[in-house]
Ligand binder design. Structure first.
Ligand SMILES: Nc1nc(=O)c2c([nH]1)NC[C@@H]1CN(c3ccc(C(=O)N[C@@H](CCC(=O)O)C(=O)O)cc3)C=[N+]21
Length: 282
């Protein structure tokens, strides 16, 4: 079975659009992009387009590639203090000269719709999340939409980044999976991966996951954004070789990516609601 992230994201965006309409709120997202990386520009454009579709206002702040950390911080602080802005997204990666940790830490936790602030990650770890990072939260949504059982299942996450691997593992743990996190120093990686009922690959290597790493019938989630030999977008998973062995699998494109954006919209609406009902975030 192919897990159609595009279709699920469309459905969730339609529902969200109605919820926003009924709420009478006008949520607003600010994006901050530093430099002119074409891939980052494309992602940010896609986010603005999604905002427009569901009735979220959006503003884009663009800073030059040589902006200092102080200059980026200044932009973030201005957005923190702007009562018209509910959500702040600083597009990553930032240029080498900018201190990413300081910038992420500067985002007001109640506007942290990306879920990368230590406050958001800490809440997630505590089991009381407010904003979970969009990619792993979107994966939980797609698993839920297709009724893939998680409780008691063995989940293996390959990759331990702040934006995907770590929060993914915690979300699966919070849903009562038995979770293993693998990474570049893991011994017997293939053996670990073969034990997974739910296998999440967030590695960043084309054709990294072959059929020998996948248990028959497993659910395979492909978070990779890579290019194949012809420069075409492809995930971490050798899709053609794995798809018949897997019980369910996400394609790239059309899998995890669209779910990331739909979740960002949901988080931004939540930020707008939190503001009106004075919920605790900190
Ligand atoms: N602060 C921050 N937050 C992010 O959420 C964030 C980020 N920085 N930096 C980069 C990554 C990447 N990311 C994607 C979002 C959508 C697709 C997506 O929708 N992709 C389409 C294909 C688009 C294409 O044609 O290339 C798909 O998979 O079907 C992919 C990747 C968000 N990221």
């Amino acid at each position: 079975m192919i897990l159609d992230g595009k279709a699920v994201s469309e459905k969730r965006l339609e529902i969200l659009k109605e919820e926003i309409e009924e709420s009478g709120l006008y949520p607003r997202l600010a994006t901050v992009i530093v430099g002119e990386d074409p891939a980052s520009q494309m992602y940010v454009r896609m986010k603005h387009r999604a905002c427009e579709r569901v009735g979220i206002g959006s503003v884009g702040i663009e800073l030059p590639a040589d902006a200092t950390t102080e200059r980026v911080l200044e932009a973030v602080v201005r957005l923190n203090n702007d009562p018209d802005i509910n959500g702040i997204l600083v597009q990553l990666p930032l240029p080498d000269g900018v201190d990413t940790t300081r910038v992420i830490d500067a985002v007001a936790p109640e506007k942290d719709v990306d879920g990368f602030h230590p406050c958001s990650l800490g809440r997630l770890l505590a089991g009381t999340p407010v904003f979970a990072p969009c990619t792993p939260q979107g994966i939980m949504t797609i698993l839920d939409e297709y009724n893939i059982p998680i409780r008691g299942r063995r989940a293996v996450v390959v990759g331990r980044s702040i934006d995907v691997g770590r929060p993914m593992a915690v979300l699966l743990l919070n849903a009562d999976a038995t979770v293993t996190i693998c990474h570049s120093k893991t011994e017997n990686l293939e053996e670990e991966m073969r034990r997974a009922d739910i296998l999440v690959s967030a590695v960043g290597k084309a054709k990294f996951v072959g059929p020998e790493m996948v248990k028959e019938g497993a659910t395979v989630i492909d978070v990779g954004i890579n290019q194949d030999e012809q420069g075409k977008l492809c995930g971490d998973v050798d899709f053609e070789a794995v798809k018949d062995r897997a019980g369910a699998i996400t394609p790239v494109p059309g899998g995890v990516g669209p779910m990331t954006i739909a979740t960002l919209m949901e988080n931004t609406f939540r930020a707008a609601k939190l503001r009106t009902c004075d919920n605790t975030v900190r």
